[in-house]
Design a protein around this ligand. Structure first.
Ligand code: AMP
Ligand code: SF4
Length: 457
């Protein structure tokens, strides 16, 4: 494999698109702000004023890059935006920041994507051998090249042709002079929702963004759908036949905001239900249930409700520290957990604590928290994880693509328990992931090893 192709995968990201709304840049800004949890490495907004495209993007948070005066430079009633997730291999590679804006004789266009293709290497080689030159290793740029390779002046047909060549996950928005195309891969790995704002439309990665945009939710973009938004209204087409609903289970477990509805299931209620199910599957005698803030508080609530053991605030999060996962080295990651969380000693001292967390990836977080709780006088710490043991890498754009990083890939539950210093450890079953959302389909590949797509090396 050519070294240049070794990608810094775009991890969980957030996209926004706004059509036919006065001061579109402001609405995109609010949408991105609401999706900030999906990406803190960088962000960007591109707006079109009757085909005159302007793009501003940069490293850092949305409010660090945009203010009244920058937003005023982005004139127009259409716009798309993106927040980038920090890549574990990423560093500060500004070439990976989206959206991308392309100048073309048939009309400029911009694209923002959340997802990752499993056949990226194959398509990239094909495109390069056919004359394409890339400025990044991003899937979004590749989609743009594929669209133009179709040599079809009908943009919808060109997008269809391009998307049909892709295997993997994508939820992307494409903006031309007069249209927005909102597209979801045929497996439906990533969320994407449509809302209405006055006479216009808003598309967002998660429905939690509608409130800040003052938009009313309409529906999810369907797997395999290309939704065309234009002055003529909405036009929907399918780019593929073999469609399913393999939404990433980690969206419900960890990524999404609790106030989001993903394919009809509220994320907070889903997590609470996983907590209840885990309490049924793996009960333990204890005095207090403590959730790891913020992503596990809903699950801890469910565990406490089902077990009858009181739910307490035993951990406090310092809100001014970023997500621990993003630190490039293990040493820094371990420090960050301490900077981020502290214990409420009065709650845990002398107690048998059930510690509820959403997942174990490397084991760093659990180990640190168990240590903190014990240092604060907890008599026992029983770790209950509201997802199954993560044993397989993710190839769909989540930053767990290295098997070597996954403690669950090489250790038994007992060995993980020892490694994190817990008195007992239990994971949720894969079955319960479906039950919690009353869903028949989900992607659970990192837990079950059952990948919904072909995997290319
Ligand atoms: P670790 O410390 O490596 O075991 O990471 C587990 C913690 O990171 C969990 O408590 C989650 O809240 C969070 N987490 C799980 N998966 C991811 C992911 N793909 N990206 C970022 N954070 C994650
Ligand atoms: Fe989500 Fe895991 Fe599937 Fe990746 S493999 S899409 S993280 S459920």
């Amino acid at each position: 494999m050519k070294e240049a192709f070794k990608r810094k995968i775009n991890e969980e990201c957030g996209v926004v698109a706004v059509f036919n709304c006065h001061d579109a840049s402001e609405i995109v800004f609010y949408g991105l702000h609401a999706l900030q949890h999906r990406g803190q490495e960088g962000c960007g907004i591109v707006c079109s004023n009757n085909g005159d495209f302007k793009l501003i993007k940069g490293a850092g948070l949305v409010h660090e890059n945009f203010n009244e005066s920058t937003l005023k430079k982005l004139v127009g009633d259409m716009g798309i935006g993106h927040v980038n997730y920090p890549s574990i291999r990423g560093g500060n590679d500004v070439s990976m920041l989206q959206p991308y804006l392309f100048r073309h004789c048939d009309g400029d266009f911009a694209i923002a994507n959340n997802g990752s293709m499993v056949n990226y290497q194959e398509i990239r080689l094909f495109l390069e051998h056919n004359g394409s030159i890339f400025q990044s290793n991003s899937d979004a740029e590749m989609i743009a090249h594929l669209i133009k390779k179709e040599q079809n002046s009908n943009m919808l047909e060109a997008i269809k042709g391009a998307l049909n060549k892709l295997e993997g996950s994508f939820a992307c928005v494409i903006m031309t002079e007069d249209k927005i195309y909102a597209c979801r891969d045929k497996h439906g790995f990533k969320p994407l929702s449509l809302g209405k704002l006055n006479g216009g439309y808003v598309v967002v990665s998660e429905s939690c963004a509608f409130e800040l945009c003052v938009a009313d939710p309409i529906r999810d973009i369907e797997p395999g759908e290309i939704l065309v938004i234009s002055k003529d209204g909405l036009h929907s087409e399918k780019y593929a036949e073999d469609i399913n609903h393999h939404m990433c289970a980690m969206e419900y477990i960890y990524f999404a905001r609790p106030d989001s509805e993903i394919e009809g299931v509220n994320v907070h209620l889903y997590r609470r239900e996983t907590g209840r199910l885990l309490a049924k599957e793996s009960p333990v005698e204890a005095d207090v249930v403590v959730g790891v803030p913020d992503s596990s508080l809903s699950a801890a609530m469910g565990y406490a409700e089902e077990s009858g053991i009181p739910n307490e605030t035993g951990l406090i999060k310092n809100k001014y520290v970023g997500r621990t996962f993003i630190q490039p080295s293990q040493r820094l990651r371990e420090k960050t957990v301490r900077m981020k969380l502290s214990t409420v000693s009065a709650v845990v001292r002398g107690k048998r604590v059930i510690l509820v967390d959403d997942s174990i990836v490397r084991g760093t977080t659990s180990k640190r928290i168990v240590t903190l709780l014990k240092e604060s006088g907890a008599k026992e710490v029983h770790v209950r994880i509201c997802s199954p043991q993560m044993m397989h890498p993710c190839y769909y754009g989540v930053d767990t693509s290295n098997k070597e990083d996954l403690i669950g890939a090489f250790k038994t539950i007992d060995e993980i328990k020892e490694a994190i210093g817990a008195d007992s450890l239990a994971f949720l079953t894969v079955d319960s992931l479906y039950k919690a959302g009353k869903r028949l389909e989900l992607c659970t590949a990192c837990f079950s090893g059952l990948y919904p797509t072909k995997i290319y090396e």
